[in-house]
Design a protein around this ligand. Structure first.
Ligand code: SAH
Length: 451
């Protein structure tokens, strides 16, 4: 049994899903933030659980060749990134291993390796920022939450964001301080501004600014617009009303204060309209790589009907429409479905339909109506597929299933469930859409076994 506050020597062998180092000390798995596999270090034990412990690195005894000096001045405090302490080669290696290990351990596969498509750039790649706002000594400021807390760490220039995002943040904060616009306080549930949300079209360069507020009324809008209009590409200002306590950033009501309320961007040769609430991958270059790989994996012909479950604004659906006979997208957020329909019109796509519903329920209903899906694509949120979606895929019995996933653990769970229903994994690839952060995307192709 490890003893709290005692210092032990350890060799780091692996990583957790969140990117912390893992070492085994006296048979117990110890999680050590900022440790790199292969490193020998001394660790102070801070918490002891039944089968695990958490520790803090005290001294590095043998340094990994992958350890680098952090370029970001607030990297140690800010909870936004996980990997500023290691080079990108090690980050890609650990992400690929994570996808492989999940598929093997939880998905019952025997993969030796899963290839990873690394990003060409690890900086300025995000096209969306959500800054929580806080106040100190009467001055508003914005930044990111310290890991595991709601303490806002000020970040003057975030390295993974485009400069324009920080320009918007600075303009809004300047406006708030000049006109004494209040900051929301989670504890008392008083005060107005909660988050500053910025989205930039990677190709169009259009900028959407959304102020998330604990109320419907914003004063001094002309003064805010004066500042925002100086920012290159500024296209629209939206107020998101979020009066509920809790962690959800955006509220359900959106009020357009200036401009059309959305921006446009180009992806895979198509134009997409993006509202604040619509999902859009944050790394444009890598999203294109991901979608192109999904299209190749789907092996679609003009005779095929493709069902795209969890379709968002129709990115994958429309990108696949050119190769297919008919495409049907299903998405639960009404604004995203509205965007998807507009996107089909905007791009002259006439063989796409969109349904606003739960993916599993809609898929079961389509199957009951006698629709045949030759290829099914799924791209669910982190929790993966629900029982209805698995059952519907089983009943559709498509030639191919392309599973785009943002969580290798739930992907692996679903792969095992689909194997029980006659699908076999044909190919697995990892994609890094989030350099410096622990998340990893992957695509798995499954084919239906001959009956
Ligand atoms: N394929 C799209 C979106 C993927 S993100 C793209 O790459 O752009 C996952 C999407 O699933 C989100 O748009 C989310 O709103 C949607 N979603 C979440 N739960 C859902 C459900 N139960 N049924 C249908 N869609 C859902």
């Amino acid at each position: 049994m490890l003893i709290k506050n005692q210092i032990y020597e350890a060799t780091v062998t692996d990583y957790t899903a969140e990117g912390q180092g893992v070492a085994r000390i006296e048979g117990c798995a110890v999680f050590i933030p900022n440790a790199i596999a292969g490193e020998k270090c001394t660790v102070r034990i801070e918490k002891v659980g039944k089968t695990w412990a958490a520790g803090k690195m005290v001294q590095i005894l043998e340094r990994s060749p992958h350890r680098i000096n952090r370029a970001c001045p607030v990297a140690k405090l800010c909870g936004g990134c996980d990997f500023h302490h290691m080079d990108y080669e090690e980050e890609c290696r650990l992400k690929a291993s994570r996808v492989r290990d999940c598929l093997n351990r939880l998905g019952g596969q025997k993969l030796e390796e899963v290839p990873i498509h690394g990003a060409p750039s690890t900086t300025c790649y995000r096209n969306k920022a959500q800054y929580p706002v806080a106040v100190e000594k009467g001055r508003a400021y914005a930044g990111f939450f310290k890991a595991g807390t709601h303490q806002v760490i000020e970040n003057k220039r975030c390295l993974i964001l485009p400069e324009v995002a920080d320009q918007v943040k600075d303009a809004v904060i300047d406006w708030m301080n000049q006109y004494r616009i209040s900051v929301y306080d989670e504890e008392t549930h008083r005060g107005l501004v909660r988050h500053i949300y910025v989205r930039q079209g990677a190709v169009s360069r259009q900028v959407l600014v959304c102020i998330v507020a604990n109320g419907r009324k914003l004063n001094r809008i002309p003064e805010l617009l004066d500042r925002l209009k100086k920012i290159p590409g500024f296209a629209t200002l939206v107020l998101s009303v979020n009066t509920r306590p809790g962690n959800a950033v955006l509220g359900d009501e959106f009020i357009t204060l200036w401009g059309p309320g959305y921006i446009e961007d180009t992806l895979c040769g198509l134009t997409f309209r993006l509202s604040p609430r619509s999902f859009y991958q944050v790394n444009h270059h890598q999203a294109q790589e991901l979608y192109r790989a999904a299209i190749t994996a789907a092996g679609i012909t003009k005779a095929d009907t493709v069902l795209d479950l969890y379709c968002g604004v129709g990115t994958i659906t429309l990108a696949m429409s050119q190769a297919a006979g008919r495409v049907i997208g299903v998405e639960v957020i009404p604004q995203a479905v509205e965007d998807a329909k507009q996107n089909a019109l905007r791009n002259g796509v006439t063989n796409a339909e969109f349904i606003c519903a739960d993916a599993g329920e809609a898929a079961l209903a389509l199957e009951r109506q006698g629709i045949k899906a030759d290829v099914v694509v799924v791209d669910p949120p982190r929790k993966g597929l629900n029982a209805d979606a698995i059952e519907a895929i089983h009943r559709f019995s498509p030639r191919r299933l392309v599973y785009v996933s943002c969580d290798p653990a739930t992907l692996a769970r679903d792969v095992a469930l689909l194997e029980q229903r006659g699908f076999r994994l044909q190919n697995a690839q990892a994609f890094d859409l989030f350099p410096r952060c622990a998340h990893v995307e992957s695509i798995v192709t499954m084919i239906k076994e001959e009956q």
